[in-house]
Design a protein around this ligand. Structure first.
Ligand code: SAH
Ligand code: SF4
Ligand code: F3S
Length: 446
């Protein structure tokens, strides 16, 4: 397992990460590659020789934020000669040479192995770019530099890219085609993390259910991979994200039920409750299919945590479509949700085919209604936990009270409870006494 190198004699890299968990893990891969090439990490931008932003293009506001950061990075360049500014990740892939006038280096998600040579070639007036996408690259044998703060939870990317063409989504263009990573390298990484004290691993992919490794030794499905990671040790928790409603299989649900240490939480982005919108979004399922999957999950795993993503104001969304989203949310009662106003992304199918015709005010009003409803649903979902026993993996002291600890239940719900001096990575048994929409307030029963 690789840790950050602190060495004042090495050139220093500062990296900021935006976007999804896959990007967080990619930053760890980037640092691993750069440490091998003689760089060291710094958390202080003032002393950086190389400033990188690992970027996200999922919505326009994500990109606008980065443009603002680039202006701030340039202040460092004025202060110190020779500072290199690089944009990597999804925005680098989407905007390509449009970024070259603003920064010194542009590298897409599949070109991180070339970062050392790109950095070497950067000179005043000669910015460097590599935005080639690959059908094979999974950084399979690269051991990421672990950047998490507590040494308890780590991410492992099990696949890259996406083969779906959800009409609103830029990811297939920024991350390229879907490819699965060699399961042996995934298992080796998980084993190594466990041996180094990690207690929780999250397997990452845009659509983990379509993970598939084919080799003469036999094929491996996502359910089989999940089982193999769970078997490393009952003390090691396994999570995964993201599940696609069209692909989540009964095999995965039963595998979850079979292993106590596979956490009972599924992030199952619904996007909309209207079958008409889902069709236009090219999600390849409808409202009824989604509700059937939820029913199946709950029949096999009654207490399974369920979270989702929702988009408000997609092209042509009527009041009725919007209401369909609200009624679906009321029917499912998600624990929590990421909720967004639709943001048109250039180049996507939706941008070419459907006008972005929902006025800003309507989008915002619908989004606010969705957020308010989710607040009530989160509370309702948490209230069902009152009296129940939870096994919690301690993350550390609670933010509000140093005499209390916080950590997550198997369902991914946040718990706070009195400390008896345990540290991050210990397991505690607690019983839920009261709740807010965000937290389960618990007493000790161990
Ligand atoms: N692979 C995951 C989603 C990854 S993107 C899946 O298929 O569910 C994370 C979330 O961002 C999506 O679930 C969606 O809710 C949101 N999103 C993606 N594109 C968007 C857009 N153009 N506007 C608003 N939200 C968007
Ligand atoms: Fe985007 Fe759809 Fe792929 Fe998710 S499954 S990353 S929403 S294209
Ligand atoms: Fe953003 Fe790229 Fe992730 S667009 S959400 S960083 S895959």
């Amino acid at each position: 397992m690789i840790r950050p190198i602190v060495d004042p004699s090495r050139p220093k890299v500062y990296i900021e990460t935006y976007g999804c968990q896959m990007n967080v893990n990619d930053s760890e891969v980037i640092l691993s590659i750069l440490q091998d090439a003689g760089y060291a990490l710094t958390e202080n931008i003032e002393e950086a020789d190389v400033i990188l932003a690992n970027t996200c293009s999922i919505r326009d506001n994500a990109e606008q934020r980065i443009w603002g950061r680039i202006d701030q990075f340039k202040i460092q360049k004025k202060k110190r000669e020779g500072v290199v500014i690089g944009i990597v990740g999804c925005m680098a892939e989407r905007l390509k040479d449009k970024l070259l006038t603003a920064v010194d280096l542009v590298a897409g998600p599949d070109s991180y192995r070339s970062l050392p040579s790109l950095l070497e070639a950067v000179a005043p007036g000669t910015p460097q770019i590599n935005v080639l996408l690959s059908h094979e690259e999974t950084y399979a044998e690269i051991s990421p530099v672990r950047l998490d703060k507590n040494g308890v939870s780590a991410f492992i990317s099990i696949m890259r890219g996406c083969n779906n063409v959800c009409s609103y989504c830029v990811v297939p263009y920024t991350r390229g085609a879907e490819r699965s990573r060699d399961p042996e390298t995934i298992l080796r990484e998980a084993q190594e993390l466990f041996e180094n004290g990690y207690k929780e691993i999250t397997l990452l992919g845009q659509n983990v259910d379509s993970y598939r490794w084919e080799s003469p030794k036999g094929n491996v499905s996502f359910a089989q991979l999940l089982e193999a990671v769970a078997k490393i040790s009952p003390e090691l928790r396994v999570r995964f994200s993201t599940s696609h409603p069209k692909d989540i299989s009964d095999e995965v649900i039963y595998t979850m039920a079979m292993y106590e240490n596979i956490c009972k939480h599924i992030h199952l982005p619904v996007q909309s409750g209207s079958s008409i919108m889902l069709e236009k979004m090219r999600r390849k399922y409808n409202r009824e299919w989604y509700l059937e999957r939820v029913k199946k999950i709950r029949s096999v795993i009654p207490d399974c945590g369920l979270t989702t993503d929702v988009i408000a104001g997609f092209c042509g969304e009527t009041e009725q479509d919007h209401k369909d989203t609200l009624t679906l949310m009321e029917e499912v009662v998600f624990d929590s949700a990421f909720m967004f106003a639709y943001s048109e992304r250039p180049g996507t199918l939706a941008s070419r085919k459907y006008p972005d015709d929902i006025p800003y005010e309507t989008k915002t009003a619908r989004l606010n209604e969705i957020i308010a409803l989710q607040g009530r649903m989160s509370l309702k979902s948490n209230e069902k936990e009152i009296g129940k026993v939870q096994k919690v993996l301690v993350e550390g002291p609670s933010k509000k009270n140093p005499d209390e600890l916080c950590g997550r239940a198997s369902s991914n719900k946040m718990c706070v409870f009195p400390s008896r001096g345990e540290k991050a990575g210990d397991y505690c048994y607690v019983q839920v006494e009261s709740v807010t929409s965000a937290t389960l307030i618990c007493k000790r029963i161990d």
